[in-house]
Write a protein that binds this ligand. Structure first.
Ligand SMILES: [Zn+2]
Length: 146
């Protein structure tokens, strides 16, 4: 089991990674992601320039082993829609991730809880709200919420 202090540490690492996404990721939001297995970070990612990997896709691309014991910590709800790149929520499902921990929901009307629903409907454990305020303070200027 992972204790809360450890979980906060993983999300804070994802938040630090997300800073590296700027400014090249625009107009996409700067997102960070870490994959954790047995209490250790095994892969990391952050939003790449438009048309390239999102944070989750980058972390997954850098980790070739099975994901059935892996938890993803991601600062923003994974995207549920296909834009310039495949949907991260569906990719996490296809790859068989065990659990996904999300800091804050994506207010983009194309997403807005749908990414969480995709994961839950596939039977993946999902937690939302870890470090939410801290992440939201950083990411909110970059979110599409019109
Ligand atoms: Zn995505």
């Amino acid at each position: 089991m992972t204790d809360l202090a450890q979980e906060i540490g993983f999300m804070q690492r994802a938040l630090i990674l997300s800073h590296q996404a700027l400014p090249a990721c625009r107009p996409n939001p700067p997102v960070g992601c870490v994959l954790v297995k047995d209490g250790e970070i095994v892969s990391e990612g952050f939003t790449q320039p438009p048309g390239c990997h999102h944070a989750e896709a980058m972390a997954l691309a850098n980790y070739d082993l099975p994901l059935n014991e892996v938890t993803a910590y991601v600062t923003l709800e994974p995207c549920s829609f296909v834009g310039r790149t495949p949907s991260c929520a569906h990719t996490l499902v296809e790859k068989g991730i065990k659990r996904v921990v999300v800091a804050t929901l994506d207010p983009d009307p194309r997403n807005s809880g749908k990414g969480i629903d995709v994961l839950k409907q596939a039977g993946i454990e999902v937690s939302v709200g870890l470090c939410e305020q801290e992440v939201f303070d950083f990411i909110s200027p970059y979110l599409l919420n019109k």
